[in-house]
Design a protein around this ligand. Sequence first.
Ligand SMILES: [Zn+2]
Ligand SMILES: [Zn+2]
Length: 387
Amino acid sequence: MATRDTTIPDTMRCVTCRGVGDYPHSRSTPVPSPGPGEVLLRVERAGICAGDAKCYAGAPLFWGDASRPPYVQPPVIPGHEFAGHIAALGPGASRDGGSDNDGGGNGRWAVGDRVTAEQVVACGECLYCRKGLRWLCAPHDIFGFHTCVPGAMAEYMVLPAKALLHRVPNSLTPKEAVFIEPLSCGVHAVERGNPQPGDTVVVSGCGPIGLGMLSVARTKSPGRLVALDCSEERLALARACGADTALNVATLGADAAVAAVRALTDGGYGADVYLEASGAGASVAQGLRMVRKAATFVEFSVFAAPVSVDWSVIGDTLELDLLGAHCSGDGGYAAAVNLLAGGGIPAEAVVSHELPLDEAVAGIELVNGGGRAQASCKVALDPSLRG
Ligand SMILES: [Zn+2]
Ligand SMILES: [Zn+2]
């Protein structure tokens, strides 16, 4: 069996994060070669995450501040949302390189296989890995942020021996394949919220992750699934992802939006589950007014600045189940692949742009709200395009 695609060039195009707002494109970076247990992936698509865009813009979560050290380690090739084809196998990678989600156990990878890998490359040794919480792994090596795990904004990338690979069915379009990671985050957030059949479930923020949450929540037989956003285009996508009601909180205003959601619930008590995916502080305060007592509030967002709310309502007024959700949990990737393979998830519409690698900065600026922000949702890079 060939362990290397004979068409691999010596050099490749890629984007490098060198600092805040400093993401140059190179046409002649050496193609990495896979070491023991590693896989070389020819990248088909790399999604630009809101996290990538916030890193580009200088968010303290990535660059550190008085209360935390920097997370990103420049220079590094960004990109943790991707799919591609195996171009080469390092020694031993066909037997024990990662694992897959098709029930076949570890390995068995071959050149030409279409795969993705979980965004967190877990160490397998820390407290969280030992507790079965690998997505919270302490070293927290996410592709594209730490130098030991260069990311997908390149023609080729290496999947380390500890990366957890998942097979991507050939029936998925490239846009569906690049939606696996955001959808897997939606799977985990909905798992945390644990909506029961008949519940009123609210998703605030209809970017790619919120749309993923809606798509997953739809499968839990909610009584009513409500989407909130400030963009009519995104609310239309929310309906396509299964929202029964899509409300524009910008045109309604906060008070009317709260009243509208409460009016949709049995007896006007308020929503059973609120999934926060907007990254806007106002959505937190709004959610606390929309939910009933003993509701579940799931926070997924990364915020540009600290959020202030009246914390006393968590206990005294609501006895709220307030939960965080991060990345994809244990089964997020496998569930996302299965959902996409089953059809009905409008990934073709969610992925609004496909750009060449040398337009990565323009893509990041689209995600950050520059120019035609209202018209962009998931922006993906296609390394085969020549800008
Ligand atoms: Zn992401
Ligand atoms: Zn770990």
